[in-house]
Design a protein around this ligand. Structure first.
Ligand code: DON
Length: 313
């Protein structure tokens, strides 16, 4: 349990991870969303939040970046709490696609079933399952869920949202394919609108590690003490993260780091150690799969230093 890791050990681990991350110099910011291309590529932060609520951080750990695909985890959590894990598996799926996060081909090959709630198609389908009286009510529930996970009020960046909404042509195609296959459960453009907004909120590495620590702590935010989601759902969410959290690099990450993870093209990455802690990294340059290179290095470093690989326990 997290009590086995002393403050000194965790402080040292996050500091070393940050230094290790800075040694990586490859990768480029995402360019298909104009806002992301404009973020300073040299920013780099790391954070650990334990399942008993202790916070350790290094570098640009308070810089607020776009959550992007990491938001898929929290909308999934919201909908799973409402409809149950079997319904998510039935309507969206629970398998890796082995293809890029915005693949139309993957969707076509599976006859319109997204397979995973963590690829764009599955996340749009999941957003279409959020209930509420109107679009704004449904969006507010997503934002409230992100805030409950982070333990503070998370906000939409109008600048990021505008940048995404005016360039999300590929996702519009995905939304319509879902709709034609019967796997978009609301108006497709509305589902896409709230999916795009959920990607456009701003979080820091400390927020991200707190969000992950809520999963590590079986659905209770260890910093606020509040129950955020049902305990029984965290295992399914973590399984999805292990299989598809880093897209086509998910297998490599499992092989090397051995933890459920989730990345976003804003440069954030999260890894969860069930019952113990969460590790977050942030740095904008990405690998070809869309995962932060320095962020992965930071997470890998902490996991190695503290022997956290689940398959090595
Ligand atoms: O839908 C998109 O393409 C972006 N808003 C999010 C993609 C993303 O973060 C993929 N992750 N690595």
């Amino acid at each position: 349990m997290s009590e086995n890791y002393s403050d000194a050990m965790l402080k040292q681990a996050v500091g070393t991870a940050h230094k290790e991350a800075l040694k990586e110099t490859a990768g480029e910011n995402a360019s298909y969303i104009p806002y992301l291309a404009s973020v300073d590529s040299n920013l780099c932060g790391a954070a650990i939040v334990t399942a008993d609520g202790r916070v350790f951080e290094a570098g640009d750990s308070r810089f607020e970046f776009a959550i992007e695909s990491i938001s898929k985890v929290f909308t999934l959590a919201l909908v799973m709490d409402e409809v149950g894990a079997p319904a998510i598996r039935d309507k969206v799926g629970a398998n890796p696609t082995g293809m890029p996060f915005n693949s139309v081909l993957a969707l076509e090959l599976a006859k319109g079933k997204p397979l995973s709630p963590l690829v764009n198609a599955g996340a749009i389908a999941t957003a279409s399952l959020v209930t509420g009286s109107d679009t704004e009510a449904r969006w507010q529930r997503i934002l409230d869920m992100q805030s409950a996970f982070a333990g503070r009020g998370i906000s939409l960046s109008d600048e990021v949202n505008e940048s995404e909404q005016t360039t999300n042509f590929h996702n519009r195609a995905i939304a319509w394919i879902l709709y034609s296959a019967g796997t978009c459960y609301s108006d497709p453009l509305e589902a896409l609108d709230i999916y795009t907004r959920q990607c456009s909120t701003l979080i820091s590495a400390v927020d991200l590690a707190t969000m992950g620590a809520t999963l590590a702590n079986h659905g209770v935010n260890p910093v606020t003490g509040k129950t955020v989601i049902k305990k029984e759902n965290t295992q399914h969410i973590l399984a999805e993260m292990m299989m598809e959290g880093l897209y086509t690099a998910s297998g490599d990450f499992a092989y090397e780091v051995g933890l459920p993870g989730k990345s976003g093209v804003g440069g954030g990455i999260l890894a969860v150690v069930p019952g113990k802690m969460a590790i977050a990294g942030f740095a904008p340059p990405l690998d070809p799969s869309g995962n932060s290179i320095r962020g992965q290095a930071a997470v890998r470093s902490v996991a190695t230093q503290l022997n956290l690989n689940l398959f090595a326990q």
